[in-house]
Design a protein around this ligand. Structure first.
Ligand code: RIB
Ligand code: CA
Length: 320
C-alpha cells in the first residue's frame, strides 16, 4: 500500500483523478492540498469538498488550502475549459426539491497551510510518502524553499505536466500546469527528489470520448456516475469546438495509474529543463527523449507510452 499526498487544482480531470485514487486499494490518500490553477485556490478548495462529497466516505484525507498565486507570474486560470466554478458548473446544479445536487462534504479544512501540511506529511512518513501533483507546482516549490531537508524525505514526486514531442495546450510550446508556474517547476525538477512526469505526450494517448463516458455512466446509476456525466458537459463541448472530438483527456488520472498499474506505462530517463524567461516559449519543458541519448545525469523519468484502453477499462472498473 502506497501512502500519497495529492496536490491539486480541481479541475474536472483532477476530480476524475481524485475519485480514482480514493477508489484504488493500492493507495492510501493521507492528504489532499489545493493550489491555484484551473480555478482560484479558494474555489479549488470548495471544489475538492464537492468531489469528496460524491464519495460515501467515513474517513477523510487531511485537507489544506495552498498558494493563491504562482511564485513569479500572475495567475492564469482555465474557466474556458473547466467552467466558471472550475468543476464543470456542477456547483449550480439543484434537484427537483431545489437542493444542491452536489453539496460539499462536511469535513474540516485544516488551519495549516498546504506548505506546512506537505512538510508535516513528508516527515510523518519518511522515505515513504509520494506526492502526486495535478496542478501547478507552487506549493511543492514553496515547501522546498521552507524546509528542503524535510522535503528530501519524500520517496518521489509524480507530476502531471509538461510536453516534449507534441504541441502545448496553453501555447504552442507549453502545457498548462508548467506554464502557470514555470519557476516552481524548475525548482522542483532540480531539487533532487526523484521526479516522474506524465506529460501531454502520454496523457493525449488516452482519449475518453463522450460516447464511451456516457455508455459507462448509463450502465449503472450512482452518485459517482451522475457526477462524471454532469461535470463534463462544459469541457467536452470545449473539446468538440477546439480540439476536434467530443470528449476530453483525463490528464490527471494518469499519474494515479502510474502508481497503481505501473505495467501500463513506459518511461525514459531524461534531463528536463524549464524555460522561465522566454516570451514565445515561456513554460516550455525541454529534454532529449531519444532512447539512445539518455543522459548520465537524469533528473526525471518521463512517461512516453501508456496502454490506453487497458487504463480506461481499469478507470471505469474502479469508479463504477
Ligand atoms: O494540462 C493539463 C493540466 O492542466 C491538468 O492538470 C488540468 O487539470 C490542468 O490543471
Ligand atoms: Ca489539474
Amino acid at each position: 500500500m502506497q501512502r500519497i499526498l495529492i496536490d491539486t487544482d480541481p479541475g474536472v480531470d483532477d476530480a476524475f483523478a481524485i475519485l480514482l485514487a480514493m477508489r484504488s486499494p493500492e493507495l492510501r490518500v493521507e492528504a489532499i492540498t489545493t493550489v491555484c490553477g484551473n480555478a482560484p485556490v479558494a474555489q479549488a478548495t470548495q471544489n475538492l469538498l464537492t468531489i469528496l462529497g460524491v464519495l460515501d466516505l467515513d474517513v477523510f484525507p487531511l485537507i489544506a488550502q495552498g498558494e493563491a498565486e504562482p511564485l513569479v507570474k500572475p495567475l492564469v486560470t482555465a474557466a474556458h475549459v473547466h467552467g466558471e466554478d472550475g468543476l464543470g458548473n456542477t456547483s449550480e446544479l439543484r434537484n427537483a426539491d431545489g437542493n444542491l445536487l452536489y453539496p460539499s462534504v462536511n469535513t474540516e479544512v485544516s488551519s495549516m497551510s498546504a506548505v506546512d501540511l506537505i512538510l508535516e506529511m513528508a516527515t510523518s512518513y519518511p522515505d515513504e510518502l509520494v506526492i502526486v501533483t495535478l496542478g501547478p507546482l507552487t506549493n511543492i516549490a514553496k515547501a522546498i524553499r521552507k524546509d528542503a531537508s524535510k522535503m528530501q524525505q519524500l520517496q518521489k514526486i509524480v507530476v502531471m505536466g509538461g510536453v516534449f514531442e507534441a504541441y502545448g495546450n496553453v501555447t504552442l510550446t507549453a502545457e498548462f500546469n508548467i506554464f502557470v508556474d514555470p519557476h516552481a517547476a524548475h525548482e522542483v525538477f532540480h531539487f533532487g527528489v526523484p521526479v516522474y512526469i506524465a506529460p501531454l505526450d502520454v496523457t493525449h494517448q488516452v482519449i475518453l470520448t463522450g460516447e464511451r463516458l456516457h455508455a459507462e455512466v448509463d450502465k449503472r446509476e450512482s452518485p459517482i456516475s451522475n457526477f462524471l456525466k454532469d461535470s463534463t458537459h462544459a469541457c467536452m463541448e470545449f473539446y468538440r469546438q477546439h480540439v476536434g472530438f467530443w470528449g476530453f483527456h483525463i490528464h490527471d488520472a494518469l499519474p494515479i495509474g502510474m502508481l497503481t498499474h505501473p505495467d501500463y506505462f513506459e518511461s525514459v530517463d531524461a534531463y528536463v529543463q524549464v524555460e522561465t524567461a522566454g516570451t514565445l516559449t515561456n513554460g516550455m519543458t525541454i529534454a532529449d527523449l531519444r532512447r539512445e541519448r539518455q543522459p548520465s545525469n537524469p533528473n526525471a523519468h518521463v512517461c512516453v507510452k501508456v496502454a490506453a484502453e487497458a487504463f480506461l477499462d481499469t478507470f471505469f472498473e474502479r469508479l463504477q
